[in-house]
Design a protein around this ligand. Structure first.
Ligand SMILES: Nc1ncnc2c1ncn2[C@@H]1O[C@H](COP(=O)(O)OP(=O)(O)OP(=O)(O)O)[C@@H](O)[C@H]1O
Ligand SMILES: [Mg+2]
Length: 370
């Protein structure tokens, strides 16, 4: 048989298999790290035999942000520096393999603080670090929520006002206004100036469609209730469609659409039925993105490609029914930095995540009790 060198992500997973054979190996590695860090107390929490959750907390020396980022790379260790150090190793670990191994086979979160005041939270999905957040370990830390709050939505209405002017110039008014929604601000920005007409009884037939990912379907599958805007529970309670503030969506490429909640104004309008919401999978979204790129010469980001998917679907419906409709959608970003995602799609390696029902149920069970 011909010999081939394995791609790095596959090699990393195989290497991970040598460190992590079963959930118990994760506990062993994390407890060893805690002890190596000089912890006096180590707390281990486990759900469903370690399949649902393994959390190891310690009061050891912790890491600053730079070290926390480094710790997730392979062969990154603070415990040896040179071959000579191998003789007389005084720690449980020294290979620098455990954390990257755990992270490559799990949905991984690391929260650490070197001094109990400043902190870092890293989230890894599919072996990639995808969020560096200031963990709220400091009493003075302020959390500011963008995107979903009313003033942000209002600011974004420049998009819709501008579109309205352009459509007027072109002599059209949209029958359909379509946009992707994560927190909902860009879609609010596009749609609200048109929605004003609908609410005043002008152009009453115009439909407004918010498109969300199937992997994080806040409006289509969430609950309309009060929830925190953030995982750390620092915001006031917000009435919105939510999947639960502890819900961590699967690592889809449209990172901008991975928010557990939805802008209260968009939520309210969807609840009233003035706006509609639909959820779509990644693969059909990228199919639409590629079609759009090939026909328009613009490579869209994965987020607006959600809107493009539905715009194309609606246009196809028109072709079938013989109706002519004006469809307005928001191309809210280019995809020049999303080549890896396109690569994956074109190689047929993009995963369509099923709706994470159990995760959502668990997160919804943690909604604040009113
Ligand atoms: N709980 C912790 N507290 C403080 N630092 C930690 C903790 N866990 C890991 N680290 C840091 O991250 C580095 C990487 O951890 P990792 O477990 O991947 O490798 P290691 O312990 O050095 O070697 P091994 O792979 O043999 O366990 C460690 O060397 C240590 O500096
Ligand atoms: Mg270790």
């Amino acid at each position: 048989m011909p010999i081939k060198v394995l791609p790095p992500d596959l090699a990393a997973r195989i290497a991970a298999g040598e460190v992590i054979e079963r959930p118990a190996s994760v506990v062993k590695e994390l407890v060893e790290n805690a002890l190596d860090a000089g912890a006096a107390t180590v707390r281990v929490e486990i759900e469903d035999g370690g399949k649902a959750l393994i959390r190891v907390s310690d009061d050891g020396e912790g890491m600053d942000r730079g070290d926390a980022m480094l710790a997730l790379g392979r062969h990154a260790t603070s415990k040896i520096r040179a071959a000579a150090d191998l003789i007389g190793v005084g720690t449980f670990g020294f290979r620098g393999e455990a954390l990257p191994a755990v992270a490559s086979v799990s949905r991984f979160e690391l929260e650490t603080s070197p001094d109990g005041r400043t902190g870092t939270r890293l989230r890894v999905a599919g072996g990639k670090v995808e969020a560096v957040e200031d963990a709220v370990t400091h009493p003075g830390t302020k959390y500011s929520l963008g995107s979903v709050l009313n003033h942000v939505l209002m600011h974004q209405t420049v998009i819709g006002l501008e579109s309205k002017k352009q459509m007027e110039k072109a002599g059209f008014y949209p029958d359909l206004v379509i946009g992707c929604v994560g927190g909902g601000s860009s879609f609010a920005g596009l749609s609200f100036p048109f929605l004003q007409d609908k609410l005043k009884g002008r152009n009453a037939k115009t439909r407004f469609i918010a498109v969300e990912p199937e992997a994080c379907p806040s409006v289509t599958r969430g609950e309309y209730t009060y929830d925190f805007g953030d995982t750390a529970e620092t915001t006031p309670l917000i009435k919105m469609y939510t999947l639960g503030h502890t819900f961590v969506p699967p690592g889809i490429h449209a990172g901008g659409l991975r928010y557990h909640g939805m802008a209260p104004l968009i939520s309210h309008l969807c609840h009233l039925g003035v706006m509609e919401a639909v959820a779509v999978h990644q693969n059909p979204v990228f199919e639409a993105a590629v079609q759009f790129a090939r026909t328009e010469g613009i490579v869209p980001a994965p987020e607006p490609a959600h809107a493009i998917r539905v715009a194309i679907d609606e246009a196809l419906k028109c072709r079938e029914s013989g109706q002519a409709k004006t469809i307005l959608f928001n191309l809210c970003g280019h995809g020049h930095f999303d080549m890896a995602a396109y690569d994956q799609y074109l190689a047929g390696k993009l995963e369509d995540y099923a709706y994470p029902k159990e995760e959502v149920e668990k997160a919804l069970a943690g909604l604040p009790k009113l």
